[in-house]
Write a protein that binds this ligand. Structure first.
Ligand SMILES: Nc1ncnc2c1ncn2[C@@H]1O[C@H](COP(=O)(O)OP(=O)(O)O)[C@@H](O)[C@H]1O
Ligand SMILES: O=C(COP(=O)(O)O)[C@H](O)[C@H](O)COP(=O)(O)O
Length: 311
């Protein structure tokens, strides 16, 4: 089992805007490592609740709003396998609450708006920045905040507008420190399938993964499965391409994924990953999986490679 050799918890940081899919992504990692995963969210370290923020005219994107020093100290305790008491933020009510015990697992995901800030990112073993296009992020945030955080639609839209400049000022730049940036756009396939998804309920996405750590051997993926043959056999539109370029001064590997992949092909990739980790990875998938799921799987692969190197 891949995690047995780890001498200290492996810390993964996931940064990105509110509603960009950080928490959802953390769920995929949990699946890959069969539950040996704990998540710590920076939201729990907010200094003020919704009402106070409104009075102060400050958005949660402003780092002054969050106790980053305490978060940093807690990450250090995680690295020492120590339990600690941490604050809690209640998203349903929008209030700061106290407290709960945090127990480190072999893999710990630290997710939040500022987790790649100075002093924090140095503690992390793997750094991710999620970056969906504005149109996708808005849709996701509106739905989630209305369904899970007790906001009215007009309130979320007002927040989104109010936050936009703070996003550029305080959050967006962190992508220059990431080992991998996940960009999500509407599909760019010129196909009849895209027209039907534009008209229907199903979303079709294009994902760009940008790996700046250059440790990802794509050969490992293609050696075990004949990706091109399997893709050709797929009945729905799917495209994947690879290229290299510089990303904010660093050499990087780019992978573009678009459309829907047949679940059998996805399963063969999953099987190869199961062989690597030794865990029975369960990944709920219907007949076809979209490019975001494929991207998550590839990213988990990179993660496994890095963990193997550490162990
Ligand atoms: N891959 C995805 N496909 C479809 N919807 C998604 C995906 N990721 C996130 N969402 C939607 O966006 C909402 C916000 O995602 P979440 O992971 O909670 O974001 P964050 O933790 O960054 O605030 C989710 O409730 C979900 O509705
Ligand atoms: O920007 C965020 C970050 O959360 P996430 O990245 O999980 O969306 C939230 O608005 C604040 O945490 C405040 O929460 P609330 O809006 O519930 O008061």
């Amino acid at each position: 089992m891949i995690l047995e050799k780890l001498k200290e918890p492996f810390l993964i940081g996931v940064a990105g805007d509110s509603g960009s899919g950080k928490t959802t992504f953390a769920e995929s990692v949990r699946k890959i490592f069969a539950g040996n995963v704990a998540t710590i969210t920076l939201d729990d370290y907010h200094k003020y609740g919704r009402k106070e923020r409104k009075k102060l005219g400050i958005t949660p994107l402003n780092p002054e709003m969050t106790n980053l020093d305490l978060f940093r100290e807690h990450l250090k305790l995680i690295k020492e396998w120590k339990e600690f008491e941490k604050p809690v933020y209640d998203h349903e009510k929008g209030e700061v609450k106290c407290c709960e015990i945090f127990k480190p697992e072999k893999i710990v995901i630290a997710e939040g708006l500022h987790v790649l800030y100075d002093g924090i990112r140095e503690i992390l073993d793997y750094k991710i920045f999620v970056d969906p296009a504005r149109i996708i992020k808005r849709k996701w945030k509106i739905k989630r905040d209305m369904e899970k955080r007790g906001y009215r639609k007009e309130e979320v839209i007002e927040e989104i507008i109010q936050r936009e400049s703070d996003y550029k000022r305080y959050v967006d730049f962190q992508k220059i420190y990431a080992d991998v940036v996940i960009k999500i756009y509407p599909s760019s396939l010129e196909s009849t399938e895209r027209i039907s998804t534009l008209l229907g309920m199903e979303e079709m996405y294009r994902v760009r993964l940008i790996f700046t750590n250059l440790s990802f051997e794509l050969d490992h993926v293609t050696l075990n499965v004949d990706l091109s043959r399997l893709i050709k056999a797929s009945e729905r539109d799917f495209a994947i391409s690879f290229f290299s370029d510089y990303y904010y001064g660093k050499r990087a590997s780019f992978i573009d994924i678009d459309g829907f992949l047949n679940v059998e092909i996805f399963e063969s990739l999953l099987d190869a990953l199961r062989d690597e980790t030794g865990y029975k990875v369960r990944w709920e998938a219907r007949e076809y999986v979209n490019s975001i799921e494929v991207a998550k799987l590839l990213l988990c692969w990179n993660l496994v490679e890095i963990i193997k190197m550490k162990g």
